[in-house]
Design a protein around this ligand. Structure first.
Ligand SMILES: [Mg+2]
Length: 109
């Protein structure tokens, strides 16, 4: 398994070294969103480079996690475990499509 904490630190080290934005958190969210939009645009146009845009998204997210003191690897493992145990009920939309509705529990409100 890769060490996301080490990647968080490497992303932050590069940001500091290059003099990239370290103070405007809103801009970092926007840049991550921009990179995801780039990925979708390339995917939608059947262009190469989608995975690289995903990597750009992750770089911004890893940087924000380091800046905010989050351990993304721990959060991913925790959330994937939560999702694994989530219960859903399947219903039909008015158009007749299957719709999955999460059943809230005390453990997963
Ligand atoms: Mg990009």
């Amino acid at each position: 398994m890769i060490d996301l904490k080490a990647l968080q630190k490497e992303v932050m080290r590069n940001k500091v070294e290059k003099g990239f934005n370290l103070t405007n958190t809103a801009l970092e969210f926007c840049r991550a969103h921009e990179e995801l939009s780039e990925a979708f645009s390339k995917h939608n146009k059947n262009q190469p480079g989608v995975a690289e845009e995903f990597a750009d998204v992750m770089i911004f997210i890893l940087g924000m996690c380091e800046d905010m003191g989050f351990d993304l690897e721990k959060e991913l493992i925790r959330k994937i475990e939560i999702n694994k145990h989530r219960k859903y009920k399947k219903e039909k939309s008015p158009e007749g499509n299957d719709v999955f509705i999460r059943i809230k529990t005390d453990e997963d409100p």
